[in-house]
Design a protein around this ligand. Structure first.
Ligand code: BES
Ligand code: MN
Ligand code: ZN
Length: 499
């Protein structure tokens, strides 16, 4: 699918070659804009109240007399803020499910679209037309091929177009891998996907296997992988957009390609959904795909511990004590709390990079689903500034998160008589105690944890991966590139030479 910008005078909209036009209509549309054909449709629609107020309310005109496009959807977008534009585009796209709709025009003449709203519109069009076909070849592939965004002037929108495209590429890669069933997304396949992406996009990858991971002393990660016939993989990705010496941001993605619970086995109902338990890993891959397109001035490392959590003769048992890479010992009281076991060793590994920031992304706890549902990801960080940056990134990318507490009192339940810590506390505040566990492996790091158990996929009829939080992570990294001293220095230099 292709997104493009086209400068077009309002009076030429009727001649736009497309199967459908989506006309964004703000609450108070500019009465003079839009060209005579559009005004002829718009005026009565507004006068009769046929086009209701409220973002996403649509009025379908078919056929659309005077227009080259046979279908025209008028859709409300309030004042054109990103949330409203996303709602509007989603509403319009639901009217355009027909397979004959291969090319749409997004008409923005009635409002002043800004780059962030454009990126939101592009993401919404992609989301509305996404189809997973890898294991369902009979599914009708996406019929939309091209989206042309038209405005009087387009120069100020280019950045939004590029961001939108890269975000979509990242989200769709994440959705693809998270949607794949576990037999089509083993740790080895995930590692191959990272390698392939690195080759195509121009970043370094390195893949470690069981022996190397054992040599590193990652006893907690190894313990989870023991129960599976699929060998573990530890995937390392390095995107270099700044000078070599610049401290990177490290992203750590939980890559449990299937979570049965292990010996503490999960109930049968809904267990298929545990193929999404590598949603964190998928979001790191997706973020790297987007980074490679936008090439911000920043170094980013991606770490993915990938394995299955299976019950087996070799599997870890409740009560087993393992030694993590940090040297701290862990009593595994519940083998279903495996995410934190693979992440803790990856967090210890992350310190090697002397990173400026470490962010882990994980479908970590059912408790987070109960706390925040599918609307906001859980955000945990002891660093107020980092938390504020991630929150802001989530808001502007329409991929929001919500900060949760990390008081030390929450760690009480992790105490063990047989090891430095247990891997679970009680039922209460389960997403917080999981974060407290991870925090024990982040001494000296500027660290944040995103629990995406509720946001990475949807259950029910719309079952499938969402690609979250790629948009949040990408937005954060782009802002972070602007905050680097190097970027600041080069900005100052440019300003100086201008004088
Ligand atoms: N992958 C699950 C978390 C999860 C559960 C994600 C439901 C999405 C939906 C994780 O490995 C897990 O099993 N967590 C346990 C922890 C418990 C044993 C302390 C949970 O949340 O029940
Ligand atoms: Mn589990
Ligand atoms: Zn899990």
């Amino acid at each position: 699918m292709n997104f493009e910008l086209k400068a077009l005078a309002a009076k030429q909209i009727a001649d736009l070659n497309a199967d459908a036009l989506i006309v964004l209509v703000p609450d108070a549309p500019d009465g003079s804009a839009g060209g005579s054909e559009l005004q002829a449709l718009l005026k009565p629609a507004l006068a009769d109240g046929q086009l209701e107020e409220g973002a996403g309310k649509t009025l379908m005109c078919y056929p659309a007399p005077g227009f080259k496009a046979r279908r025209l959807v008028l859709v409300r977008c309030n004042e054109g803020k990103p949330v409203a534009v996303r709602k509007a585009v989603a509403g319009a796209m639901s009217q355009l499910r027909h397979p004959g709709v291969r090319r749409v025009g997004l008409v923005t003449h009635l409002l002043n679209l800004n780059p962030a709203s454009l990126a939101g519109a592009i993401s919404a069009i992609a989301e509305a037309t996404y189809v997973f076909t890898t294991t369902k070849p009979t599914a009708k592939a996406r019929h939309l091929q091209r989206c042309t965004v038209v405005a009087d002037k387009v120069d100020h929108l280019r950045q939004g177009l590029q961001l939108g495209r890269a975000r979509v590429a990242g989200i769709e890669l994440a959705r693809e891998w998270a949607n794949r069933p576990a037999n089509h997304a083993t740790p080895g396949m995930l590692a191959d996907a990272a390698r392939k992406l690195g080759r195509a996009a121009g970043f370094k990858t390195q893949v470690l296997g069981p022996r190397e991971v054992e040599n590193l002393g990652m006893g907690a990660f190894l313990a989870v992988a023991r129960g599976s016939a699929q060998p573990l993989r530890f995937i390392v990705m390095e995107y270099q957009g700044a000078s070599k010496g610049d401290a990177p941001v490290v992203l750590v993605g939980k890559g449990i390609t299937f979570d049965t619970g292990g010996i503490s086995i999960k109930p049968a109902a809904g267990m298929d959904e545990m193929k999404f338990d590598m949603g964190g890993a998928a979001s790191v891959l997706g973020t790297f795909a987007a980074l490679a397109e936008l090439r911000p001035r920043l170094n980013v490392v991606g770490l993915v511990p990938a394995c299955e959590n299976m019950p087996d003769g070799h599997a870890i048992k409740p009560g087993d004590v393992v030694t993590s890479m940090s040297g701290q010992t862990i009593e595994i009281l519940n083998t279903d709390a495996e995410g934190r076991l693979i992440l803790c060793d990856a967090l210890t590994y992350a310190a090697r990079y002397k990173p400026r920031t470490v962010i882990d992304i994980a479908t970590l706890t059912g408790a987070c689903v109960i706390a925040l549902g599918g609307v906001r990801s859980g955000l945990f960080s002891a660093d107020d500034e980092l938390a504020a940056h991630l929150q802001a990134a989530g808001e502007s990318a329409l991929d929001p998160c919500w900060r949760m507490p990390l008081d030390d009192d929450y760690a009480e339940g992790l105490k063990s008589n047989f090891a430095d810590m247990g891997n679970v506390a009680g039922r209460e505040a389960g997403s917080v105690t999981a974060a407290k566990f991870l925090q024990k492996f982040t001494k000296g790091l500027r660290w944040a944890h995103l629990d995406i158990a509720g946001t990475a996929w949807k259950s029910g009829a719309a079952k499938g991966a969402t690609g979250r939080p790629v948009a949040l992570l990408l937005e954060y990294l782009l802002a972070e590139a602007e905050r680097t001293p190097a970027a600041g220095a080069s900005r100052a230099k440019r300003a100086a030479t201008r004088k």
